[in-house]
Design a protein around this ligand. Structure first.
Ligand code: UDP
Length: 385
């Protein structure tokens, strides 16, 4: 039987983490030839995560430039991805999430009439500007996708509301939870000694729309909340973005109880989430993963496309107002935070298997997978024997 030729495009750390289980599940079926393309949108972090998962690229576009402008990045990505597509007849292209890599993959697939499978489809905030540019990236990629792998029922509802046909959506759970459950079974080790710590606050902050004054405000609030709390420790694996590093050094460097560390490998980072008493984050992936371990999560954003954690009372959307953050974090540090193992609303660890099954069904047994064209008609684009 002819194998299904799949192209998996991966640009950043979270894409590597969330696509690794998908690549593994596709390969495990024996029905796919999976070609892996790294775009290198965030080079260092991508390669760190890829090596954590043993993901090896067949090609690497290496597009990252210092302070890269979005338009230039998009055009480099579009050209680069298209040139890889020119060299091989792909039956399907997969990309995960909402980065510029994902948008360019969807566009390049559409231009070449290759079905685009969007992993983690249907996440939405109410504003196209927030988060920037991710909300626009995922809406645009969704408009070009042939099949939408929605992580939750909320994401399914968003897609249905936008008129995506129900038979083009599969609710899978988030593939990040597949990676997480696998990692937590491997008893990961903490990267920093914390035996003398009573209150461990794990921080990750990097969103583009918070850079500048909002980020400095959040860091000031963290500093204020932990000063004077005995045996409290803040651990922040600081994102390599120079604007984030500058703010971290300016506001938190040398503050007692604060440990600024390099970005961690996936396993040590999972160990930190397991051990944390409070998590302060603006990360999408961390909002999804952290509920597995039961620590309260303060989401320092004005909006979230991941409302399930907030709805379940596992996370709190605190915005970027320093007064509010200092107050909430102070309260959590002062009260004894009881850890309870929770049911993670984002996934059950089987998302990637569902995606592999669905693609085999769509590409392997049906006569053709269609690409929707802007006039609303559909064009059959392939048949895999
Ligand atoms: N992560 C990691 N090491 C770190 C910080 C985060 O491996 O030092 C992982 C984390 O577990 C999650 C992902 O990176 O799976 C989140 O990436 P990021 O916050 O950069 O992106 P986002 O999820 O916001 O798109």
């Amino acid at each position: 039987m002819k194998k299904i030729n799949a192209l998996a495009v991966i640009g950043t750390r979270p894409e590597a983490i969330k696509m690794a289980p998908v690549v593994r599940a596709l390969r495990a079926t024996g029905r796919f030839d999976v070609h892996i393309l790294f775009t290198g949108q965030h080079k260092g972090l991508l390669h760190q995560a890829a090596s954590d998962f043993g993901l090896v690229a067949d090609a690497d576009l290496d597009v990252m430039r210092p302070d890269q402008a979005l338009a230039a990045l998009t055009s480099r990505l579009l050209d680069g991805i298209d040139s890889v597509m020119a060299g091989r007849a792909f039956d399907v292209v997969l990309a995960q999430g909402d980065t510029t890599t994902v948008l360019a993959s969807a566009m390049a697939s559409f231009y070449r009439r290759i079905p685009f499978a969007h992993v983690e489809a249907g996440l939405r905030t109410e504003s196209i500007d927030s988060p920037f540019p991710e909300e626009a990236n995922r809406r645009l990629a969704g408009a070009l996708a042939s099949i939408h792998y929605a992580p939750t029922r909320g994401a399914l509802a968003n897609l249905l509301r936008e008129g995506v046909p129900a038979d083009r959506i599969v609710v899978t759970g988030n593939t990040g939870i597949d990676a997480l459950l696998d990692a937590s079974r491997r008893s990961p080790e903490l990267p920093v000694p914390v035996s003398s710590v009573d209150r461990l606050v794990l921080v990750t902050l990097h969103r583009r729309e918070s850079l500048g004054a909002p980020l400095r405000g959040v860091l000031g609030a963290i500093r204020e909340a932990i000063v004077g709390v005995p045996r409290a420790r803040v651990v922040w694996p600081v994102h390599p973005n120079p604007h984030v590093r500058e703010a971290a050094a300016e506001v938190l460097s040398g503050v007692a109880g604060v440990e600024l560390v390099e970005p961690q490998g996936y396993l040590p980072f999972v160990a930190l989430m397991q051990r944390a008493d409070v998590i302060v984050t603006d990360s999408g992936g961390v909002q999804e993963e952290a509920p597995t371990f039961g620590a309260p999560i303060l989401v320092v954003r004005e909006t979230t496309e991941r409302p399930e954690g907030v709805d379940a009372g596992l996370a709190e959307l605190v915005g970027t107002d320093p007064v509010r953050i200092a107050r909430r974090l102070g309260t959590l540090l002062a009260t004894s935070v009881r850890r309870t193992q929770t049911v993670n609303p984002y996934g059950d660890g089987r998302a990637s298997i569902r995606i592999a099954d669905s693609l085999i069904q769509l590409l392997g047994t049906r006569p053709a997978l269609h690409v929707t064209v802007p006039n609303g008609n559909t064009t059959p684009v392939l048949k895999v024997a």
